[in-house]
Write a protein that binds this ligand. Structure first.
Ligand SMILES: Nc1ncnc2c1ncn2[C@@H]1O[C@H](COP(=O)(O)OP(=O)(O)O)[C@@H](O)[C@H]1O
Ligand SMILES: [Mg+2]
Length: 340
């Protein structure tokens, strides 16, 4: 099977999403990523089609079939405005027999569910922050050992539902935030021990022997005291906001060889534990005990040229179009291996 044509799919559904923070800037971000991936693949000599997924799944599938591409580049982070449908898109691709980049539905679903993912990581002795989940508003909450804590929607991504009030310092604030998350995001809230240390992102690439790329660190030192040192939705997406500008990534991170090796090893273990394919990014924070804790595994990380994954790849010697081509080739080889 030769590799000539790629169909890039992405979810064009930001206007259907829950929560009040979505704005045109983050919506345009998804389309921009599809366009930069298209440009990268074209520069590598491939022919490309871009197919948005809005609300008509049948038409979407028909268009992918008509394009008759060798590989589908899956940039869908959800569907119909819901992050939980991210796995369904991969499941449908699988059912229709399309060959596609990135992780399969089980991995996407598990990784999005922060509590389930932590269960699997814990089984593999990979350190994570202590946590509990609350599913209904006005619940009796367990008395935590200590504060601060951080409250997040249990099945979201991209810092959706994470703003400066997500970090809570007392019982009253915790109750209020848990109820806010459950009502506003229509899902349980996960309450986690707040890890007050350096934040690292490790990009991992590959299949049989996945490899970690140079570590990236978020520099929170410019943030004022009244902002918690976390990547809120605003810090991630609102590019002209002070918190975005004051949380620059540093890649490669200024860390010792020993710490680098430790982060690499945890990241690759976490990647394997969740069954990631082709590429993923593992987010970690350094605990006060000197042990890095995995916050989450992102099997479908942002791969736009200005996001962390591409930055780490560039620091590791892979320029943008090489990275995108490499992802397509890894997926392509996987199907060659299984179909012969
Ligand atoms: N337990 C935690 N301790 C400290 N900061 C956290 C914790 N969990 C999340 N954060 C902060 O919130 C950001 C987003 O959380 P994360 O779990 O990665 O969710 P998302 O899937 O939305 O990216 C992280 O990058 C980090 O800055
Ligand atoms: Mg994250």
């Amino acid at each position: 099977m030769t590799l000539k044509k790629v169909a890039i799919i992405y979810n064009d559904d930001m206007d259907m999403m829950l929560g009040k923070e979505h704005n045109i800037a983050s919506w345009e971000g998804v389309i921009d990523t599809a366009k930069t991936v298209e440009a990268a693949l074209k520069s590598e000599g491939l022919s490309v089609a871009i197919i948005p997924l809005r609300d008509k799944v049948e038409g979407f599938i028909k268009t992918i079939k008509l394009e008759n591409a060798d590989i589908v580049f899956n940039l869908c982070e959800g569907a119909m405005g819901r992050s939980v449908f991210e796995m369904n898109v991969a499941a449908v691709l699988e059912l229709f027999g399309f060959r596609f980049t990135g992780s399969g539905p089980l991995t996407l679903g598990l990784a999005l569910h922060k509590a389930r993912a932590k269960g699997i990581l814990a089984y593999h002795a990979i350190p994570t922050a202590g946590s509990f989940v609350i599913s209904t508003p006005n619940s009796e909450l367990p008395a935590p050992n200590s504060f601060p804590l951080i409250v997040k929607p249990v099945q979201e991504d991209a810092s959706i539902g994470i703003d400066k009030d997500a970090v809570v310092k007392n019982m009253a604030a915790l109750k209020k935030r848990v109820d806010y998350v459950i009502k506003n995001y229509k899902q349980p809230a996960i309450v986690e021990e707040y890890i007050d240390g350096r934040e690292f992102n490790v990009a991992v690439i590959g299949n049989n022997r996945p490899k970690a790329l140079p570590v990236s660190e978020i520099d929170f030192s410019g943030l004022s005291e009244n902002n918690p040192k976390i990547c809120t939705y605003e810090a991630k997406w609102v590019t002209d906001s002070p918190v975005y500008l004051k949380t620059p990534p540093v890649c490669p991170a200024d860390i010792s060889k020993e710490l680098e090796q430790e982060l690499f090893s945890i990241a690759v273990k976490a990647y394997n534990a969740l069954g990631c394919r082709d590429y993923a990014r593992v987010d970690m924070r350094m605990g006060k005990d000197g042990i890095p804790k995995v916050l989450e595994v992102n099997p479908n990380p942002d791969i736009s040229p200005n996001a962390g994954f591409a930055r780490s790849a560039a620091a590791g010697g892979l320029d943008y179009s090489q990275l995108i081509l490499e992802i397509v080739k890894m997926a392509h080889n996987r199907y060659q291996d299984t179909e012969q």
